[in-house]
Design a protein around this ligand. Sequence first.
Ligand code: ARG
Length: 457
Amino acid sequence: GNRKLWGGRFSESTSALVERFSESVSFDQRLYRHDIRGSQAHARMLERVGVLANGEAQIIVDGLDAILADIEAGRFEWKTALEDVHMNIEARLTENIGELGKKLHTGRSRNDQVATDIRLYVRDAIDALVADMTRLADALLDLAEREADSIMPGFTHLQIAQPVTFGHHMLAWREQILRDRARFIDARRRTNILPLGSAALAGTVYPIDREYVAEQLGFDGVTENSLDAVSDRDFAIEFCAAASLTQVHLSRWSEELILWVTPMFGFIRLPDRYCTGSSIMPQKKNPDVPELIRGKSGRVIGDLQALLVLMKGQPLAYNRDNQEDKEPLFDAIDTVSACVRLYADMFPHIGVNRETCREAAFKGYSTATDLADYLVRKGLAFRDAHHVVGAAVGHAVEQGCDLSELPIDTLRGYSALIGEDVYAVLTVEGSVAARDHIGGTSPGQVRAAIARARAAG
Ligand code: ARG
């Protein structure tokens, strides 16, 4: 009753310990839909080239559809003794449709079968992810539009540096997620190539039609070399690399969101449904979603390392090591998909405390550079202007006021070049408006960038 599909030459059954150690069905069963789709395409191809008789492919296809329905209805019993998703489904097919089921594996191996399944799975994951990344980029665009005129401090060294518009900050994040999305789209081109037909490693003796299989499964082409096709998982590594960069970006945003919601900053509000409370401190509202996203970034970076190290010692062609690709890969897919989705859902509901943001920019001497640039326009060399303004800032700090709150006589004490017109450049509004070139923070440039983005679709 415990006969293995590969057990012909074996004289004793697998040790229970080995069976538990080597099974993958507990984690690769999630490939069932892709495995079934691949098998159906393979069967149709076998009939088309005459390996299966007329009508046989349809019986196999229908049998596999019935198994798919069983799995989705929770009626399918996965057996560890059958090792992996592939043999569980194949064994059940033979149970259900009889001897014909045993012909399905003609001209293929689990080595090219699993490579096909994972490529299909990663391709679908990329498509879903790219759609959510587009949603997130659009949410950032809307937020940027809403807050195109809102002024906040821009930071370097986490010290207030110069005023920027909130919209400009959101468009910075958008640039990052757009590059991440482009990396996934690019990785998809190398992922979406059919390895089936490589068989175990050297190809197969049957007159297979790989292009026909590729066409049925929506692959853009077929792999060129059977040894390479069954053994490499670089497409999975690329996915994890793109996912890691995405997580690094989301993690950086999270760090800022976490700072911005603390009452000490108070720049933004997150809806209650994205926060949780403390079981002891009644006043707390914690930004758990950004914190978890920051935390989960470490997992995905770890998944990338796991796959790189898994691959680095492997000779051609397939080695069982590769069974270990699945858990890190699936973890990276699940994690990055959930994180992107959450931010795509959450960002439209971020509330900006405009007055608090503006006040913070105003209080941080963020227009000191503008005063230096003003003096340069009046004829002073920039280095001298820098020194003069530094002294004025030092005085304002002592007085506990902003530069714009110093009387004109006091300012003129630092440079006779200063006139009444200085107050216009010391405002945070004047500062952002003056940075009026492509890539700059002025509200006009933010609107122009949004218009370009909308026009590009
Ligand atoms: N479960 C295996 C994997 O995940 C596929 C089967 C190949 N196994 C083998 N003994 N050739 O890679």
